[in-house]
Each structure stands twice: as structure tokens, then as C-alpha cells.
Write a protein that binds this ligand. Sequence first.
Ligand code: AMP
Ligand code: ZN
Length: 144
Amino acid sequence: MPTDKDCLFCRIIAGEIPSQKIYEDERTYAFMDINPASTGHALIIPKEHARDIHDLSPEALAATALSAQKVAAAVRDTVAPDGINLLQCNEPAAGQTVFHFHLHVIPRMEADGLALGWPIVPGDMDAIASLATRLRERLDSKNT
Ligand code: AMP
Ligand code: ZN
């Protein structure tokens, strides 16, 4: 399984940097975020080092998603939030600061003021349809 000795999250998995671990299995590791967006904010990471969604193996992605579902249920039962966001960032433009793939589990309360949303503004339907066509073509070509 690929790891990176200079990666913060690989070092957390290896136990070289302390963390508040909440769950671990063969492929994944989950721990509390030290700068929580809300009470109960947790991170789920694959043990395989991968920078982002593009580098991650399908098996590691599936395992991380399954662990996130378990962690989200524990957060729901323990913290009793009104809702939960799953968040994943790729590249600094999208808010990524640690370059080892991770899923955020972020508990939400009604009107908690956390700015994770965007304004609902109708899009240009012709532009949406035209881009959908290009994406379908791209996905179809990868599937054949
Ligand atoms: P992102 O901005 O999506 O790359 O998220 C990285 C997250 O890692 C942030 O929410 C940080 O607060 C969190 N983080 C950074 N260092 C640590 C650490 N040593 N232990 C736990 N969480 C961390
Ligand atoms: Zn890593």
C-alpha cells in the first residue's frame, strides 16, 4: 500500500503524529479534526496515500465511503445534529489544505451559520445541456 513519509495524514496513520482516532479498519482510518467546523467534525482517510480523488484507487475510495457512512451514523447517534455534510476538497481552489485524500463528516445544526452553501440562481439551460452532452460523450468513451 503506497504511503508518503512526508505526508501529515500518512504520519497520523503510522502513529508518528497524535490523533483522536475514532475508527480504523484494514483500509481506512478516522479521527477528529483539530480545527472543527462544528462539534463532532471528523475526517476519514484511506490508508493508501493518494493526493486527491483522481489518484485514489477505486477500492480505497469505496472503503473510505463505507467508513464515512459508519462514522456519520455514530456522529448522528452521539452528537444528535440536525444534519450532516460530507465534504471532500481537491486542490487549493476547492479548499484542499492537506494533500492526502480525506472525507469530512461535518455535523450541522439549523441556522448554525456555517458557510458551505451557494446561492440558488437558475443556470443557463442551453449551456447546462451542452456541457451535459460533452460529459456524456466523455463518460461513454471511457466506458467502452
Ligand atoms: P482540507 O482543507 O479539506 O484539506 O482539510 C484538511 C483538514 O485537516 C482541516 O479541516 C484541518 O483542520 C485538518 N487537520 C490538519 N491537521 C490536522 C491534524 N494534525 N489532526 C487532525 N486534523 C487536522
Ligand atoms: Zn498520505
